[in-house]
Design a protein around this ligand. Structure first.
Ligand code: NAP
Length: 280
C-alpha cells in the first residue's frame, strides 16, 4: 500500500512520460482474467470495504491499494486495468484524468461532481479510444432502483422533494445520489409537461427549504448512527407516496462496485450512474 506524499498525478500538471498517451492511445490489450484491480483511497471507509470485496471476488485480483500521493507506477507496475476510486471530491477528478492518461478504466464512487467536471472527463476520455469511466453516485442496487422508481412516479404528482440522510463525516451536501434523483425527477416532470412544484414560500430563513436542483428541493440530514439513506416524497391532493432506501452498511455498495468493475471495460466513454450498466 502506498502512503507516500510525493506527486499526485493530476492531468492538470504535466504528466510523466510514462503517463503520456498518443492522441487516441495505443490499442488496449484484452482484460486478463482475473481482472487486475487497483483501489484508490484504499485506507478510507469505502476503500477498505472495496479492498475486501475485490480480494473476495474469484474473478478479480487486487494489484494495488493506494492513497494520497499515489504515482503512475503504483498502478502500471503491477498491471492494474481497472481502478476503483473512493476518495474525496477535491481529488477524484484529477485521479480520473490521470487514469485516462494511463489507459486504466475507472469506476468512481466519490461524490461531489458538478456538470463542468463531468464534461471535462467526457471530453478527455474521447481521446483514449476504448477507455471506460463510470461515475456513480450510488452503487447500492436498491438506491439505483429507488431513483428509477422516482423517475417513474414523478409525472403523476404535483409535489416532489428529496430528503437524504448520512453519517456526519460526509464532507459534501447534498449527496450525489440526491442530486441525481432530483435531476431524474425534474427530467421526467419536464418530459410530462409539468410546471414548477407548488411552493408559496415568500419569506423565511436561508436554507430552510433546502438546496434546489433543477427545481426540486433537497434536504440534507447529518446524524451519528446513520450510513446512507434517502427518502423521496411525492404529493398530490389527499395522498402521498414515499420511496425510501436505506444502506445500513457499506457492504451494500459492493455488489454494484464489483458489477461495475466487470462491465466498465465494455462501456467506453463516460457513463454517469450505475443504471445504464444494469440489464445489459
Ligand atoms: P474517507 O473515509 O474519508 O476516505 C477517503 C480516502 O481517500 C482516504 O483514505 C483519503 O486518504 C483518500 N484520499 C484523499 N485524497 C486522495 C487522493 N488525492 N488520492 C488518493 N486517495 C486520496 O471517505 P469515504 O467515507 O470512504 O467516502 C469516499 C467517497 O465515497 C465520498 O465522496 C463519499 O461520498 C463516497 N461514497 C460513495 C458511495 C457510492 O455508492 N457511490 C457510497 C458511499 C460513499 P487520507 O485520509 O490520507 O486523506
Amino acid at each position: 500500500m502506498n502512503t507516500a506524499h510525493d506527486d499526485v498525478p493530476p492531468r492538470l500538471q504535466a504528466p510523466s512520460p510514462a503517463a503520456q498517451p498518443a492522441a487516441a492511445g495505443p490499442a488496449l490489450a484484452p482484460i486478463p482474467s482475473p481482472i487486475p484491480v487497483a483501489a484508490i483511497g484504499a485506507s478510507g471507509r469505502m476503500g477498505r470495504t472495496v479492498v475486501q470485496a475485490v480480494e473476495a471476488a474469484d474473478d478479480m485480483r487486487l494489484v494495488a491499494a493506494v492513497d494520497v500521493g499515489w504515482t503512475a507506477s503504483d498502478l502500471t507496475g503491477p498491471g492494474a486495468r481497472v481502478a476503483v476510486d473512493f476518495t474525496v471530491p477535491t481529488a477524484a477528478e484529477s485521479n480520473v484524468h490521470a487514469l485516462i492518461d494511463l489507459g486504466i478504466h475507472a469506476v468512481v464512487g466519490t461524490t461531489g461532481w458538478d456538470s463542468e467536471a463531468l464534461a471535462r472527463v467526457r471530453d478527455h476520455v474521447k481521446e483514449r479510444a476504448g477507455i471506460g469511466v463510470l461515475v456513480a453516485p450510488n452503487f447500492a442496487l436498491g438506491a439505483v432502483l429507488a431513483m428509477r422508481f422516482a423517475a417513474l412516479a414523478a409525472p403523476y404528482f404535483d409535489s416532489a422533494e428529496v430528503i437524504e440522510l448520512h453519517h456526519p463525516a460526509k464532507v459534501d451536501a447534498p449527496s450525489g445520489t440526491a442530486q441525481h434523483t432530483a435531476q431524474g425527477i425534474a427530467a421526467a416532470r419536464a418530459a410530462a409537461g409539468l410546471g414548477p412544484v407548488p411552493d408559496a414560500t415568500s419569506s423565511g430563513m436561508p436554507g430552510a427549504r433546502g438546496a434546489v436542483v433543477d427545481g426540486i428541493h433537497i434536504h440534507s440530514v447529518r446524524s451519528r448512527g446513520l450510513t446512507a439513506h434517502e427518502e423521496i416524497v411525492f404529493g398530490n391532493p389527499g395522498e402521498q407516496l414515499t420511496i425510501r432506501h436505506d444502506s445500513f452498511d457499506r457492504t451494500s455498495f459492493m455488489p454494484g462496485v464489483l458489477l461495475a468493475v466487470r462491465k466498465v471495460p465494455t462501456h467506453p466513454g463516460l457513463t454517469v450512474g450505475l443504471a445504464s450498466y444494469l440489464g445489459d
